[in-house]
Design a protein around this ligand. Structure first.
Ligand code: PRP
Length: 198
């Protein structure tokens, strides 16, 4: 994938590191939900790669539902406005639900979704995210199952995108500042790249 690799400044997590971590998360979830049925809710689009791998390491009964939400609107700067583009089709009342995300940045998306889904009275509602960027937080959120913390840099790959590209990269890497269009405010004065989450 040389064309896409050329836009990556550095790799944070190689495929084998991701695999080890996803396996650990799957094992922990399997232990915690032993004998239960889990309603996995995948937050599209970013989480689809991570979740596809994760469920193959969960040794419990599961069903999988999907929500499409958007807060970044294609650029690198959060709008702070979480839009539900596609809602769940199934009732989650009385269910043990795990929301699966690729990344928690400001926390606005997951906080909004937790508030929304709580009104539907699940038996339990937890969050599993592959990545977390604590330096970007605007609201406190508990990530019950977390893969890795990442620094305040613009990360792509393994499901995460920049303008819908790079999702297919098998690793998680940091974009070169030169590959991020200035019009989205993704390049700081010092030339470093970031998803502007402040
Ligand atoms: C990304 C990511 C999370 C959200 C996290 O979604 O997948 O859902 O942002 O950011 P927050 O903690 O600041 O709310 P995005 O809106 O980019 O859509 P995508 O999943 O389709 O890429």
């Amino acid at each position: 994938m040389a064309r896409l690799d050329d836009h990556i400044e550095k790799i944070l997590f190689q495929p084998d590191e991701l695999n080890v971590k996803v396996k650990e998360l799957g094992a922990q979830i399997s232990k915690d939900y032993k004998g239960k049925h889990i309603n996995i809710v995948v937050i599209l689009r970013g989480a689809f790669v991570f979740c596809a791998d994760l469920i193959r390491y969960i040794d419990a009964d599961i069903s999988v539902g999907f929500m499409v939400v958007s807060s970044y609107g294609g650029g690198t700067k959060t709008s702070g406005n979480v839009r539900i583009i596609k809602d769940l089709q199934k009732n989650i009342e009385g269910e043990d639900v795990i929301l699966v995300e690729d990344i928690v940045d400001t926390g606005l998306t997951i906080s909004h979704l937790k508030d929304l889904l709580s009104t539907r009275h699940p038996a339990s509602l937890k969050v599993c995210s592959l990545l977390s960027k604590p330096s970007c937080r605007r609201v406190d959120v508990i990530v019950d199952y977390l893969g890795f913390e990442v620094p305040d840099e613009f990360v792509v790959g393994y499901g995460l995108d920049y303008e819908q590209n790079y999702r297919q990269l098998p690793y998680i890497g940091v974009m070169k500042p030169s590959a991020i269009k200035v019009k989205h405010g993704g390049t700081k004065a010092d030339g470093s790249s970031t998803k502007d989450c402040s």
